[in-house]
Design a protein around this ligand. Structure first.
Ligand code: ATR
Length: 271
């Protein structure tokens, strides 16, 4: 029987997930499908129940449904619980399992380029306090950072994020320059810089000289932030890999096959 999975969102046409999973299905010659499914917020829950009845193995969940998926799941992974959102659903015999793979996708991407990366030597600096930031803060704590500083345009959101992660996470209301002081990691989790629009008002020279600068924006692949970081001789990691690596656990759970992120897949998603 053909194994079925997909991605639900609203809208969904822009999603790169079908391309990623389609590549792996073909590569492993699986009898499986992965389709984009548009569900509005009103239809989310009934839509999911219908897909379960149709025999779907599970789904990826994207904007705007990650919180609704969190509420819908009967069981949650520890990381989904900590992040407060679900991007991967697995339909098991007697329950719906909710996971969040954004954080491990983020760290797998950094480690793919810099395998010895670990936290604990200096603070990490995070710009933004939305859903993506929550996954990344979780990952930075997991990798061992003792201090994660968060700056957001709307300060109340960074305060709320910090308070939900405990005393290793600090909301800083001053400026981006302030969170960068002597940090060895800086990540943009906002949409600033997407499609070449906007520039992040930060002086990267406050970072430690061996710092890694990363961006979740992958269009363009080299954002203004990453270009500036490269020209100042920082180590850089683009955002495309996070998108690819976050897809691995879902594929493995639904299709019982562990896929690998390859350069060919990167090129395919970029094309
Ligand atoms: P996501 O799930 O992708 O993180 P989100 O929850 O809507 O999306 O969060 C978007 C993040 O980008 C927020 O941190 C947001 O800042 P606010 O909380 O102040 O809205 C940030 N963001 C978006 N556009 C921005 C801009 N032009 N300047 C600064 N921050 C911006």
């Amino acid at each position: 029987m053909t194994l079925k999975a997909g991605v639900v969102g609203w809208p969904i046409a822009q999603s790169k997930s079908p391309r990623i999973h389609g590549y792996w299905i073909k590569q492993h010659r699986l009898d499986a499908t992965y389709e984009p499914i548009a569900l509005s917020e009103d239809e989310f829950e009934t839509g999911i129940r219908d897909l379960i009845s149709e025999g779907f193995k599970g789904l990826n969940v994207t904007i705007p449904h990650k919180e609704a998926a969190f509420r819908l799941a009967d069981k949650l992974s520890d990381r989904a619980q900590a992040i407060g959102a679900v991007n991967t659903l697995v339909f098991r015999e007697d329950h719906i399992f909710g996971d969040n793979t954004d954080g491990i996708g983020f760290s797998a991407n950094i480690k793919a380029k810099y395998p010895s990366w670990k936290g604990g030597n200096a603070p990490a600096a995070v710009f933004g306090a939305g859903g993506a930031a929550r996954g990344i803060v979780w990952a930075l704590l997991e990798i061992g950072y003792n201090e994660v500083r968060v700056f957001n345009r709307t300060v109340s959101r960074s305060i709320e994020l910090a308070s939900s992660f405990g005393d290793r996470v600090h909301a800083i209301s001053g400026s981006l320059d302030e969170i960068c002081k002597d940090a060895d990691f800086f990540v943009n989790t906002t949409s600033v810089g997407m499609n070449g629009k906007g520039s992040i008002d930060v002086d990267l020279m406050h970072l430690k000289p061996d710092a890694i600068v990363s961006d979740i924006v992958y269009s363009p692949l080299e954002t203004d932030l990453l270009r500036r970081a490269r020209l100042s001789n920082f180590r850089t990691v683009d955002g495309l890999g996070m998108l690819l690596h976050q897809a691995v656990p879902g594929f493995e759970a639904w299709f019982d096959t562990k896929p690998v992120v390859t350069d060919e897949l990167r090129q395919l998603v970029l094309s």
